[in-house]
Design a protein around this ligand. Structure first.
Ligand SMILES: Cc1ncc(COP(=O)(O)O)c(C=O)c1O
Length: 436
């Protein structure tokens, strides 16, 4: 299997060797090795994408489940987004001043998320989280933040801890954590730290930490407890925003309104963007010259016109597909359930997690026990070698994904899903043959 992959990706290999000479580890984003370096392989270099498919530099075609880190819910190269960017590009790229599109884009976000009373744009999701935490600290005049273990909130210093299992119990400077979906863990954190906490940051569905939906009572409980104690609740919806519904999944799907929300990925249709906003009394601290305010933003490329027009085109298109989210979610839910049934039937120790269009796969050494599923339970049972081999086998079978698979978009067809399933089971038997 590994040999077949090597033979099919000779051009990628040449580029990989050059990349290793210029970048530490060959990459600009650690995740983009897709773990293949751990089994002596290299990742494919991608050339172009169209709809739900993507092609590498050796012209291998893949069904794309990664979809640019979950960003492209409309599919690659969507004509509305492309046309908007092309129409804008001849006026100059970025004029270093306010632009018309930034007003329109923010208005559209506000229409979709009514609790977004004020918003600001950064260039990345990492920046959005950094600024949201800074605002919460300024508002509460406290330093400590808490996050759910396994939560990935980008590369900013404020939240770059307790990401990978085994999670340390040690607090880091100004940072503590609790177990996602575990009320007891949350209670004990609050008991120890509530009076010092500025904010709790959480993804309504834990993304990179496992693709775990919240237990029904978990987010409402978190909301009650944070509200009672004056702790700012920040929903990081950089994956879930406009993924599970047209707007905030925390509010519309899980019934909980945070104080602040961060957005990114989907909302700018594949262009660089982060957004953070919410309560007026908190966001007002960002106003220039505000007494008691705090400096947030300031990026040269913030509200870049190309991101703004791409965002407008994306939101308009998604708005027209508003009713289709239900179908998209159902397709994902059905596929995940079906996979779990088949895994059990065939005695594969693999678990599919996710919600709606998101499908993660975890190759496990043993059963994880009773629900709720937590990142620690998955981490404790996880088989990293089999997972890495599965990753290589899936690439070799023409499936481009990560965390097992990733997510489907509006561009994915039933045929894509059926072919992915067939390829997945071929990949699993390759792995089992290779590594017993
Ligand atoms: C939930 C979540 N928050 C924040 C980020 C960081 O966003 P960016 O990569 O745009 O900096 C990511 C990126 O993967 C993410 O998944």
């Amino acid at each position: 299997m590994l040999e077949k992959y090597r033979r099919a990706t000779s051009e990628s290999y040449k580029l990989w060797k050059r990349a290793l000479q210029v970048y530490p580890g060959g990459v600009n984003h650690n995740l983009r090795t897709f773990g293949l370096h751990r089994i002596g392989l290299y990742p494919p270099f991608m050339e172009r994408g169209e709809g739900s498919h993507i092609w590498d530099v050796d012209d291998n075609e893949y069904i794309d489940w990664w979809m640019t880190h979950f960003s492209l819910i409309l599919g690659h190269n969507h004509q509305n987004v492309r046309n908007a960017i092309q129409a804008r590009i001849s006026d100059g790229l970025h004029l270093g001043a306010l632009n018309r599109a930034q007003v329109e884009f923010a208005e559209k976000l506000q229409d979709a998320i009514p609790y977004l009373k004020k918003v600001r744009f950064s260039v990345t999701g990492s920046g959005a989280l950094m600024y949201a935490v800074r605002l919460a600290r300024a508002f509460t005049k406290k330093r400590l933040v808490a996050k759910a273990r396994g939560g990935w909130h980008g590369g900013n210093d404020a939240l770059l801890y307790h990401i990978k299992y085994p999670f340390s119990d040690e607090p880091i400077r100004n940072g503590v954590s609790f177990e996602f979906n575990d009320q007891q863990s949350l209670d004990s954190l609050l008991k120890r730290n509530a009076k010092d906490l500025a904010a709790i940051v959480i993804e309504p569905m834990l993304g990179a930490g496992g693709g775990l939906p919240p237990e029904p009572e978990f987010l409402p409980y978190l909301r009650e407890e944070t509200e009672a104690r004056g702790i700012i609740l920040i929903f990081d919806e950089i994956i879930t925003g406009f993924r599970l519904c047209f707007g905030s999944a925390g509010k519309e799907v899980f019934g909980v309104e945070p104080d602040l929300i961060t957005l990114g990925k989907i909302v700018a249709g594949g262009m660089p963007l982060g957004a953070y906003g919410g309560r007026e009394d908190i966001m007002t601290l960002a106003e220039p010259g505000k007494t008691g305010g705090v400096w947030v933003g300031g990026g040269t490329f913030s509200s870049h016109p190309l991101s703004m027009v791409s965002g407008i085109a994306t939101l308009e298109t998604l708005h027209s597909l508003k009713r289709e989210y239900k179908t998209l979610n159902q397709r994902g839910n059905r596929f995940r359930d079906h996979l779990n049934e088949k895994f059990e039937m065939k005695n594969h120790h693999i678990l599919a997690t996710g919600v709606g269009s998101i499908v993660f796969l975890h190759w496990l050494k043993k059963a994880i026990g009773d629900s709720p599923i937590t990142p620690s339970k998955i981490g404790n049972a996880f088989d990293p070698t089999k997972q890495d081999l599965l990753q290589a086998a899936l690439f070799e079978q023409g499936i481009f994904g990560y965390h097992g698979l990733g997510g489907i978009s509006f561009a994915h067809t039933d045929k894509d899903i059926q072919m992915s399933q067939e390829a997945l089971f071929r990949a699993i038997s390759e792995v089992n043959t290779q590594h017993r």
